[in-house]
Design a protein around this ligand. Structure first.
Ligand code: DGL
Length: 235
């Protein structure tokens, strides 16, 4: 069984292209459509019901282009809308994201991990349930990093470069206090943040592990396609 319809991805902006790229590397035969809702970026501080509405509008656009599966390439939209989307479109498989708190908590040696995400993600059920279940014995620092979203969108528009002092300062101001608090794992809980990973790693230093969820999400998307007989057979 095969299905050559495209896989749809959406985010508030270019953040989710890190998930798209990981997926394309893993599934080169798949056609993909990426929707960046830049008109409404950022999503991070919007009320949950508004994010549900924006997410559904994105989904409708992707379904109008005959997508066979939708990757919600945004932690904030997943937190607010994935339950609603799955209930409203039961025939469409949805892949979502949540911060990788579990591996960080299990692997931490210092007993301190930091999660970088938006307020919307920290308010969501998924994050709080996972934290309560797997991170009881570690200190989890929740760091809202809206300035990283703005920075990555500026990078995408070519207004700034990762090597600029201004970019480094923004990242340093956020990362240094987290490392000083003893965090040995930094969880990138927003799809904009992997775009800053080289700079974050350089500033955090070799003793800190920076967790980018993109490969794991791409692998999950591939597993779901395979399990449902939806993999494409040609380019
Ligand atoms: N890239 C998004 C996320 O993963 C949204 C960032 C925003 O628009 O605030 O949370």
């Amino acid at each position: 069984m095969s299905d050559n319809r495209p896989v749809g991805f959406f985010d508030s902006g270019i953040g989710g292209t890190c998930i798209l790229k990981a997926f394309q590397a893993l599934c080169p035969n798949e056609r993909t459509i990426y929707l960046a809702d830049t008109e409404h970026c950022p999503y991070g501080n919007r009320p949950a019901d508004e994010i549900v509405r924006l997410s559904e509008a994105n989904v409708k656009k992707l379904l109008a282009q005959d997508c066979k599966m939708i990757v919600v390439a945004c932690n904030t939209a997943t937190a607010a809308a994935i339950d609603y989307l799955r209930a409203s479109y039961p025939r469409i498989p949805f892949i979502g994201l949540e911060p990788a708190v579990k591996p960080a908590a299990l692997q931490s040696k210092t007993g301190v991990v930091a999660v970088l995400a938006t307020a919307g993600t920290f308010n969501g059920r998924l994050y709080n349930e996972t934290k309560a279940r797997f991170a009881k014995d570690v200190t989890v620092i929740a760091a809202v990093a809206d300035e990283f979203v703005t920075l990555v969108e500026s990078l995408g528009r070519g207004e700034v470069s990762l090597t600029d002092d201004s970019a480094r300062r923004i990242v340093e101001e956020k990362i240094r206090p987290l490392v000083a608090s003893g965090a040995d794992h930094l969880v990138l809980g927003c799809t904009h943040f992997p775009h800053l990973k080289p700079l974050i790693e350089e500033i955090a230093g070799p003793a800190v592990t920076v967790l980018d969820p993109s490969p794991a999400v791409a692998a999950q998307a591939r597993r779901v396609l395979e399990a449902r007989g939806l993999l494409a057979d040609v380019v």
